[in-house]
Design a protein around this ligand. Structure first.
Ligand code: AHM
Ligand code: MG
Length: 299
């Protein structure tokens, strides 16, 4: 079975980029292993007698420390950091954007959550999504899987019993499916979003929404349909973040023949104004995203 490294060796990626991708992908092992030690049990210490940290903060500190030591990365924009973390002396010239543990409200209920990562060349983390060199996520479910694009199709790898990522699915294409899921509170949705959700229901769509973007998107990637986190009354920017969440997931969707929109335009063309730039998000099958945009135009 083809390993992640064998796959990367067959791509046009430069050696340092391959090393960086592997380094990040295999952090899924310590992150997954930290789940049990960073639950909120009655005590306050983990099995090693150390103070417990929330897993999202733990994963953030862990990945930043590994990337800092690697020398590959000039900048990291992380959902858990207020400012961009800089390594001016790094020999490499990449910038990493990441949500170290996305779907964190599901950690305590043991549902699938993930790590979202994007890599840019040129050491600047605030670039458009369409300029990503790599987008990937690790999904901690019954299997730990890695879904990745280096700009030449979408591939999923699974961590096997020898802790090696092996190819599970290649050249993934999002089908035109009927699943739909939406974040936010129905009473606060805007009329265009109400209209779109009604359309999904009239067309026989099935509701699927767990509260974990990575898990919900992984399902859309497989069966087709749409994941939404819309604008709301008094919250035109929605909840999710362009840099760490929207762009990497959107880049994967587009590489799989799907699309991502903020309701009015291709999200991947938006220039981020700050690390925590928020945006409404609609991502999934291409035709469905077209119908989102036409509902929003009528709003
Ligand atoms: P997080 O990065 O703090 O975990 O927030 C992002 C998460 C997404 O994974 C998920 O789709 C969404 O927030 C769920 O929000 P809600 O609980 O409002 O439905
Ligand atoms: Mg998140």
């Amino acid at each position: 079975m083809k390993t992640l490294r064998q796959y990367l060796d067959g791509t046009a990626c430069e050696k340092q980029l391959k090393d960086l991708i592997e380094l990040i992908a295999y952090q899924s092992i310590p992150i997954r292993d930290a789940f049990i030690d960073n639950q909120s049990y009655a005590g306050t210490e983990n099995t090693y007698g150390e103070e417990q940290a929330a897993l999202d903060k733990w994963a953030d500190t862990h990945i930043i420390s590994v990337l800092g030591k690697s020398g590959f990365v000039k900048e990291i924009a992380s959902e858990e950091q207020p400012d961009i973390v800089r390594f001016p002396d790094a020999e490499g010239d990449y910038a990493v954007v990441m949500d170290p543990l996305d779907g964190s409200s599901l950690i305590q209920v043991n549902l699938a959550v993930g790590t979202i990562v994007g890599i840019y060349r040129g050491g600047n983390a605030l670039q458009k999504g369409e300029d990503l060199a790599v987008a990937m996520y690790m999904l901690y479910g019954p299997m730990t899987v890695l879904t990745i694009t280096v700009g030449n199709g979408v591939f999923t790898f699974a961590l096997n019993s020898e802790e090696t990522f092996v190819l599970l699915k290649e050249n993934i294409q999002i089908p035109e499916g009927k699943l739909f899921g939406s974040g936010g509170i129905r009473n606060e949705w805007l009329s265009g979003h109400h209209d779109f959700i009604s359309l999904c229901e009239q067309n026989g769509g099935k509701l699927r929404y767990s509260g974990s973007f990575v898990a919900d998107f992984h399902q859309i990637l497989t069966y087709g349909g749409v994941y939404c986190y819309p604008a709301a009354q008094g919250k035109p920017e929605g909840k999710l973040r362009l840099v760490f969440e929207g762009n990497p997931i959107g880049f994967i969707a587009k590489q799989a023949g799907g699309a991502i929109s903020d309701g009015t335009q291709d999200l991947l063309t938006v220039i981020p104004t700050k690390p925590d730039h928020r945006t409404p998000i609609y991502v999934g099958s291409k035709n469905v995203i077209e119908s989102v945009e036409s509902c929003m135009k009528k709003q």
